[in-house]
Every structure is written in C-alpha cells, then in structure tokens.
Design a protein around this ligand. Structure first.
Ligand code: KIV
Ligand code: ZN
Length: 531
C-alpha cells in the first residue's frame, strides 16, 4: 500500500447519530449536549449531532448543539437526512444556527438496497441524488453525500452516483461500508479507484473523500485506515466504537494508530488524545454501554500487565511491552492520590488534573463521598475518584435522588431494604420492601416510590481497582413497560448495594427524561412514610 504525505485527516464523530442507533443507547438531549461539548474538547472536526427528521426531540437536540457547541472556533455541526425534501429541510432547521453547518444526505446505491429498500431503478436512484443534493446545496454550502452500502455497490454505478453528487454541489463524498462486509485490501483498491476515476473528484478538485465502516467482521478500524491510505481525508468514527449492530469504527483506535505509527501513515488527526479516556467514560456512562475490558485503547486492561515477565519488562523499561503511554490517552499514572487528611482544594486540584471541572455543589458531594471512601479504604486512587465523579455528575435530569439506604440480608431472614429518595419537588419519601436478595429488595423499594414500571434487562458489577475494599461500578439497563426502548444507568460506590441503587435511579431518571412520563410521588400509600 502506498502512503501519501498529506498531513491531516478530519475526524467526523457520529457517536450522537450512528452511535445512538446502537440498541439501547438512547440519550437525553441534555446528555447529548454534554457529550457534544466533550467531543469539542477532544478536538473532533465534525460532530454529526443527530437525525433531525427522526423526531421533534432529535431536531431540538441538534439545534441546541448547533447553537451552543457550533461556535466559530468549534467543530462543524452536521445533521443526517434521507434523500427526501422534508428530511433535508428539517435537517437544515437543525444545523443552520451553527457557525459551520453541514447537511449529510444519503441514498442506498447497491442493487440490494435499490431493489428491496427503496424500490428504485438505478436511473431513478440517480434522479433522487440529483434532486436531494441540489436542494441541500441550495440551503447549505457544506454538503456531504453518502452512497449507502457502497461496499456492495457496483463500481461503475458508484462512480456515476458520486460524480453526480459532486456535480450537484456535494463537498464531501462519504463511502460507507454499511454492513461491515469489505476487507482492508479491497477497500483500499475501491477507494483508490474511486478517487482516481470519479469525474470532478480527483486531487485538486477540493472534494473531500471520507470513509464510514461498520464492524460486523471486526475489520472496521483496519478498513478505515485502508481508506485513509487510499486518500480519504475524513474518517467517520464513534467513541468506543458504538453504532448499529456490531458498531462503527472506534475513534480512539484510528486516532492512536495514526499517532503511534507516524512513519507508516504520515498523517495525523489533530485530536487531543489526552481527552480520550474521559470521553470514553462519559459516553459509556450515559449510554449504559460497558466497554469490554480488553477493548483496545480504552478497555480496563488495555494498559494492564499481568504476566510476571511482562511486569518485569515494563518495570525495567516501559517500551518492552508498551507501544503507547497510558498518559497519552488521559490515563493517570499516579496510584495514590489523596488521603483522608486531604482538603477540598486538593481534591478540586486533583480533579482538574484529571480533566474534570465540577460545580461547587458537585464538589461538595464528591468531597463528602471521598472522605467516606478514604475512611473505609487504605488508598484512594485516581480511578476511584474518576468513578465517583462519573457517578456524581451523571444524569443532568435528576428526578429522584438517593438520600439514604439501609439493607439487611443473610441466611436468617428475608432480605429487606429501606430506601429514602428525594423527588424533583424536594419531597422525601421512604419505602421498605423485601426481595429475593438485597439488590432485588432495594430495586423493589425504589419501584414503589418511583412508580416507573420496567423490566430489568441487564445488571452488572465490577470493581474499579483490585482488593476487597475496591470501589464497585454497577451498570443496569431497563426497558419501560410496553416500550421497546431501553435506558442505561451507572453507579459507583464502595458499597455495591448503594452503587446498584444509584445505577438503577440513573436509568429511571433517564427513562423519565426521555419518555416524559412518571416522576410521580405516591403520597398516602400504606407502606410509604413521607418525611
Ligand atoms: O452505515 C451507513 O451507511 C450510514 C450512512 C447513513 C452514512 O450510517
Ligand atoms: Zn453507519
């Protein structure tokens, strides 16, 4: 494979659009805004903020991101639109207030998509592309066109479709492997040929070629990098690789591959890699989608050395078994950070060093929890602190807040939980419930107060650090009754029952924020004592 000495590939982040299409990754608009702010900190060039025609809420979320994150020195804010007039006009409504707006429109061009999805002939497909790209360009100077399922599209037809989109004003041509079907070698060949042979799209034309790869065969990152080697100067990616089915190309993998192997790629992304871990955790906490421990770059084990021979080597020199430094992706390297005598200022300073700006209110609560933890645990690590902050600052919509919890369990009676919650009106409600175990009893007590019927789809616990006194992280996923959507929640505490209730409440708060239902206080119920 040949390399080229152009120095910048644009990073187009689609976490808030393709990523949010992952089953169960629904985000509230406040969470989308916060993620968009963090993506801007990370330094992405383009944020695909959503699919404005999908619903009024999606439109509103894109508009807010366009206004608040799409500043003159911020990223391009892009919206997705099917190749139909109403979608394109709604998309423009979504992005037009950004300093740098973009409309991204797409049409399936493979015979499979034409025949089975849109029922168009190839000729009719070209007519749709002509009309939609022309309309988009009449509204916005920056237009991206994607021939969906390009990986399985006949090459001659693909060239015609791309040439037409360019003729009608598209400034970026994105080539998607929608179903994750291609191999790196053929993708390289396909992209090279497309760039060379598409009329109006060659070097010097000003057209930016882009790649968008799915991970069905685990080749999304390799395919994206092959596309970059072939001349693509935009890579479409998501944080943690979330996206439809097996996901999209992961931003952190592409960025760190380019950065770690500059002599091979001769191209960089301009991403502030120190923000990678923080962004990964934010997205994981808000979507409730755990990152697998062995995931490249951002997995819990990505920089852990277990085998004695490896530990020995790294202690002698890190380069023996490390090709990247953990600090480069924003992982802290100090183990013991603060002790029980540390004050509020030291805590704020350490959080700043870790990249977290907290409000005074959040600091007060994190400080209280840090003190409890420092009393209970010999050492409080950066990882412990990050888990507490992630827990404390999540869920911009807090309808229910945990005030107190007491649980009894064991072999001598029925597991019982007494829970006190505060609702959005400031009312404090207590409820006691029994269950098959302490977590079940706690969730039942929460249910009795929150009155948000749901099914628990997933529940998982893992420890942040090693040892019996480690902080526990819990993620849950719930689905409202008679509603296919699902909502994730995250909680962290040195008591895993407390962490579980925090996670469950985060999911319930998210469910209330998105569905707009519930949040009712069950006043006057027999087993409930209002305080
Ligand atoms: O995978 C895909 O083809 C897409 C397009 C909308 C770009 O997500
Ligand atoms: Zn996609």
């Amino acid at each position: 494979m040949a390399t080229e000495s152009v120095d910048h590939v644009r990073i187009f982040d689609t976490t808030l659009r393709d990523g949010e299409q992952s089953p169960g990754a629904t985000l509230t608009s406040a969470e989308k805004l916060e993620i968009a702010r963090q993506l801007a900190q990370l330094g992405v060039d383009i944020i695909e903020a959503g699919f404005p025609a999908a619903s009024p809420d999606d439109l509103a979320a894109v508009q807010r991101i366009a206004r608040e994150v799409g500043t003159a020195d911020g990223p391009v804010i892009c919206g997705l639109a099917r190749a139909v007039e109403s979608d394109i006009r709604t998309c423009w409504e979504g992005v037009k207030d950004a300093a740098k707006p973009r409309i991204h429109t797409f049409l399936g061009t493979s015979d499979i998509h034409l025949q089975y999805q849109t029922g168009l002939t190839r000729e009719q497909g070209l007519e749709v592309i002509r009309k939609s790209v022309t309309l988009a360009r009449s509204l916005c100077e920056d237009v991206e066109f994607s021939p969906m399922d390009a990986g399985r599209t006949d090459m001659d037809y693909l060239i015609k479709a791309c040439a037409l989109a360019i003729e009608c004003g598209a400034t970026t041509i994105n080539i998607p492997d929608t179903v994750g079907y291609v191999t790196p070698e053929e993708w390289y060949e396909k992209l090279s040929a497309l760039i060379a042979e598409t009329p109006g799209g060659g070097p010097g034309s000003g057209v930016i070629w882009s790649v968008h790869c799915h991970n069905d065969l685990g080749m999304a990152t390799a395919n994206t990098l092959a596309g970059v080697l072939a001349g693509a100067r935009q890579a479409e990616v998501t944080i943690n690789g979330i996206g439809e089915r097996a996901g999209n190309t992961s931003l952190e993998e592409v960025v760190m591959a380019l950065r770690t192997r500059p002599q091979f790629y001769h191209i960089d992304s301009g991403i502030n890699t120190h923000e990678i871990i923080k962004t990964s955790r934010l997205v994981s906490n808000y979507t409730g989608m755990n990152v697998q421990a062995n995931k490249a770059i951002v997995g819990k084990n990505a920089f852990a050395h277990e085998a004695g021979i490896h530990q020995d080597g790294v202690l002698k020199h890190h380069s023996t078994y490390e090709i990247m430094r953990p600090e480069d992706v924003g992982l802290s390297h100090s183990d013991l950070v603060l002790g029980k005598h540390s004050g509020r200022h030291a805590l704020r300073a350490r959080l700043r060093e870790l990249g977290y700006e907290v409000t005074d209110e959040e600091l007060a609560e994190v400080f209280r929890r840090f003190k409890d933890l420092a009393d209970a645990k010999k050492t409080v690590t950066d990882a412990d602190l990050e888990a507490l902050v992630a827990d404390q600052t999540q869920g911009p919509h807090e309808f229910f807040r945990l005030v107190d919890i007491q649980v009894t369990s064991g072999t001598m009676g029925m597991p019982t939980a007494t829970i006190k919650l505060e609702n959005g009106d400031g009312n404090r409600i207590v409820h006691a419930a029994v269950g098959t175990g302490p977590v079940d009893a706690s969730f039942r007590a929460v249910d009795a107060i929150a009155q948000m019927p749901n099914t628990l789809l997933e529940y998982s616990v893992h420890s942040v650090t090693e040892g019996i006194d480690a902080v526990g992280e819990v993620t849950v996923r719930i689905s409202p009754k008679d509603d296919p959507r699902s909502f994730g929640g995250y909680g962290a505490d040195d008591d895993i029952i407390v962490a579980s209730v925090r996670a469950y409440l985060a999911a319930i708060n998210r469910m209330i924020a998105v569905t707009g239902a519930g949040g009712r206080t069950p006043e006057g119920e027999a087993a409930t004592i209002n305080l």
